[in-house]
Design a binder for this molecule. Structure first.
Ligand code: MSP
Length: 614
């Protein structure tokens, strides 16, 4: 069934006075022309007085540039159920990007939060025997707990039930209304409660099933307020053709352009049958549609507690966002609806929307509605935050879908974090202790004179930086790992344990080799810190640095030469515990076990190899 607006867009756009008359009583006034915000949405003076930098710096093809302040957001997560690994994925990626931008010296405002209104939330609260506020408190808290477990260092956590958010939504609504972009009409269509969206019949599967949630959509007929999205068709087309980097990865841009080209229809921004929401100004029989409410969280999050809350102050504190990170399923809301809403309210557009792919299980999107989720709390408890963060960012090309399997997880983190990185550090510190009293004999710059490994590391660091900048997080991890591989190759080729045995000049050379490898480890620690911050801290600590010194590192610390002669290293201690499958352990012990072979993983502390093994 195609959605139908009883009062068609072009003869029904009405301009009602929000201040004098209740919205539901005033008759329509025809309005055939529209006023486009005089401010250009991009590249204009933001209200903070800073120039919006979208597309003004063009040295990189695809990199994000947030100017001095880098504001990035995750979606605000629905609180219908506790977080699963799919929701954690966006946040892990966002945290790594935020950490990288901080290393570059930017002031970062990393925004996350929870989306708490709407039918879906009210239904799940009722199903759990709670009232909506209790339910929201509980689930919102579970997100915060997970972010803590995963080492997510967000700056702002916004809840859409926060009164300061509600105030901003109402003010925004009034602005859009005053611009003549809200009108009232009947609507009839097929609704997916899980998407909280009316669907086009042509995008549905058999039996009107939603392709994302695989559940039938329900027929709905309502008297709603509408946002005149169709007025923004041309401006949106122009923006996308002038600023193709607005939607990333580039292949998602085509999708967005084709939606727009196929014709934009106005969408309903209120619900008559849903109580759990922000009342429409001047019509408390309707609540504001969850998306029209939640998207404003990106702005209301900027406000400071106990200060005056209004749109203008919020905007002055960091809008427009440099980057919205989202999953591909909510691209239309962010790349079509949201920019049009902002234009209507006369606000600048975000500089970039990046739509990543899905974590899948058996090829299906992992999700709360489908019930095929992976438990992030369990995963972090079992393997630690670094392993979880590293695996998903390294394994899944950011933008594409990726499947999870425990075997693959264990294989990757063992090979990369325990062996390539952890073991190299351990072997080197062991040798240093035995032969140099854990003290560096010379500055790393002097040690590396004429050594090609230094150039290799410098090139790989540059590669990692470019990849971080371009949000190619998997390739950034790969470049860091290549540094580790180069360090291992150097160790094996130079065989310092053998040179020490020879004594004299050979032993002096060996001592320098250890300095070189430890400097490699230091560079790895800095370059990997956006992805695996705890692991990097452990490496840094073993290299003799304090917590505070680690906390003040910047990307310029990837430059060769940080380690100085005389610096004393800590006792070698495995920085990453190797994960062992029970089945492997059983095989190693060669003892027939009674009971089932679970294949469940156990974390085993890697034994420091003896010097002879090294
Ligand atoms: N509440 C809205 C967002 C409003 S933003 C103003 C919402 N919430 S959600 O909880 O359903 O989804 C939040 C994010 O998690 C989305 O970006 C979605 O793509 C992402 N993911 C949910 N399941 C996912 C996977 N299985 N894999 C990767 N990301 C997934 O939409």
């Amino acid at each position: 069934m195609a959605a139908r607006i009883n009062t068609s867009l072009h003869n029904a756009l009405s301009l009602l006075n929000p201040f004098n008359t209740p919205l539901n009583t005033k008759p329509f006034t025809c309005r055939n022309s529209f006023r486009f915000s005089k401010k250009l949405p991009f590249d204009s003076q933001s209200s903070s007085g800073k120039r919006a930098l979208y597309c003004t710096s063009s040295s990189q093809e695809t990199g994000v540039d947030g100017g001095e302040t880098f504001v990035l957001t995750t979606p605000l997560y629905y609180v219908n159920a506790p977080p699963h690994m799919g929701s954690a994925y966006t946040t892990i990626a966002a945290d790594s990007i935020a950490r990288f931008q901080r290393l570059l010296g930017k002031k970062v405002i990393f925004i996350t939060g929870t989306d708490e209104h709407g039918e879906k939330i009210a239904t799940s609260a009722a199903a759990n025997g709670r009232n909506p506020p209790e339910h929201c408190d509980l689930i919102s808290q579970s997100y915060r707990t997970l972010w803590k477990d995963l080492d997510i260092a967000y700056d702002k956590f916004i809840r859409t039930t926060d009164p300061k958010h509600e105030a901003i939504v109402k003010e925004f609504y009034a602005r859009v209304f005053a611009n003549g972009d809200i009108y009232r009409a009947d609507y009839e269509g097929l609704y997916c409660v899980n998407c909280e969206e009316y669907k086009d019949e042509k995008e549905l599967l058999e039996n009107n099933c939603c392709p994302v949630h695989q559940m039938p959509c329900v027929a709905r007929k309502e008297d709603n307020y509408f946002f005149a999205l169709s007025k923004y068709q041309k401006p949106l087309e122009e923006i996308l053709s002038q600023n193709p980097r607005f939607v990333q990865p580039s292949y998602r841009l085509n999708e967005v352009q084709s939606w727009i080209k196929s014709g934009l229809r106005d969408f309903s921004i209120s619900r008559a049958l849903v109580d759990w929401g922000i009342p429409v100004p001047d019509d408390d029989k309707q609540t504001i549609y969850v998306w029209f409410d939640a998207l404003l969280g990106y702005i209301s999050a900027l406000t400071e507690d106990n200060k005056q809350q209004n749109l203008e102050t919020a905007v002055s504190l960091g809008w427009p966002a440099s980057l919205h990170l989202i999953g591909k399923d909510i691209l239309r809301f962010h790349a079509v609806y949201w920019p049009a809403m902002l234009m209507s309210a006369g606000l600048n557009l975000p500089k970039m929307v990046f739509g990543h792919g899905f974590l899948t299980k058996d090829g299906m999107k992992m999700g709360k509605s489908l019930g095929n989720t992976l438990e992030p709390f369990e995963l972090v408890q079992k393997f630690g935050p670094d392993a979880v963060r590293y695996f998903f960012l390294r394994e899944v090309e950011f933008g594409n879908d990726g499947d999870y399997s425990e075997d693959r997880f264990i294989k990757i983190v063992n090979a990369h974090l325990a062996n390539t990185i952890g073991n190299l550090l351990n072997r080197t510190l062991g040798l240093l202790k035995k032969n140099c009293e854990s003290t560096l004999v010379v500055d790393s710059t002097i040690a590396a004179e004429g050594v090609p490994l230094k150039d290799t590391v410098e090139k790989l660091v540059e590669k990692a930086r470019t990849n971080y900048e371009n949000l190619s997080l998997s390739s950034a991890c790969e470049a860091v790992l290549e540094i580790g591989n180069a360090g291992n190759t150097y160790m094996d080729q130079r065989a310092p344990w053998f040179l020490f045995k020879q004594g004299g000049v050979s032993a002096e050379e060996a001592a320098k080799d250890l300095v070189i490898i430890l400097e490699v480890m230091r560079v790895i620690a800095v370059a990997l810190s956006p992805v695996a911050p705890c692991l990097s801290l452990r490496i840094y600590s073993q290299l003799g640095y304090s917590h505070d010194q680690f906390n003040s590192i910047t990307w310029s610390d990837t430059k060769w030469g940080g380690l100085k002669g005389g610096q004393v290293m800590e006792q070698a201690n495995p920085v990453f515990a190797r994960i062992e499958l029970n089945s492997e352990k059983e095989e190693a012990e060669k003892k027939p076990k009674v009971g089932k072979k679970t294949g469940k993983a156990k974390v085993k502390v890697e034994q420091t190899p003896t010097i002879a093994e090294a």
